[in-house]
Design a binder for this molecule. Sequence first.
Ligand code: PGA
Length: 297
Amino acid sequence: MLHLTLRQLQVFESAARHLSLSRAAEELHLSQPGVSMQLKKLAEAVGHPLLEQTGKRINLTEQGQELVSTAREILGAVVRYEHSLVARRGLSGGSLRIVAITTASYFVPRLLGEFSKRHPGVKVFLRVTNREQVLSSLAAGLDDLYILGQPPEGLAVTAIPFLKNPLVVLAAPDHPLAGHKAIPVARLAEEPWLLREPGSGTRLAVERLFADRGFQLSPRMELGSNEAIKQAVLAGLGISVVSRHTLSLHAPGQFALLDAEGFPIPRQWYAVYPAGRQRSVVARTFLDFLLSDGTRL
Ligand code: PGA
């Protein structure tokens, strides 16, 4: 039997995926000499060089290529085993820190509630804030997972879509456009608009849709929350766009959803974390839960 360790395989798999020792070191929170040492020991155990360096580039040798698929099978089996252990025993402790964008507060607490029932030992912390704040927390990277409606550009992140997030046009039930079909964007633009505060992801998506069609919305009113938007719509102050999730507790018919060109805007909810970040078992378990049960909400 070969004398190699799981850690060596993990280091090798990461180096092979990134074709870079420094990125493997970063991903696994090791020093670069630490990575080189593990790779050297692995090559000795296998009896062949696994990586070759040409100038600054690193490539896999033929033996390296063979080993990388075996390494992935072995590591995958260990991860699956770990997940099944967790599923059987439940997580006995640990914590989960989630930062969710404002609108996600309409469904994230329900998900966390279900997760906490399955894993009562886990302490859950949820912070709800708007897109700008979520992005700065993400840049600092101190939380386990960030939930938002559009992955950030310009930050190295892993973003996993897990749930549909249609954005709909909301009006009072007696609005003159209620019941009309395929209302042109130009007609919508003539209405008095109620928009979320600058920095809101919902607002960005609406402004982008209008800008793509050559219109600029000048809001009649800016409101800092979905609840305030809904109240203002009901008061007949104008129309707005909200995520369909914000309507989950309302009786059907309380609002009119206008049938307009380009709507609903087909968005998704994403679970995001900094790229290359090693996630805790709790965070991984929650992510698996999101992907299986989050989609059923
Ligand atoms: P918001 O973001 O709550 O800041 O509007 C929601 C989204 O990005 O879809």
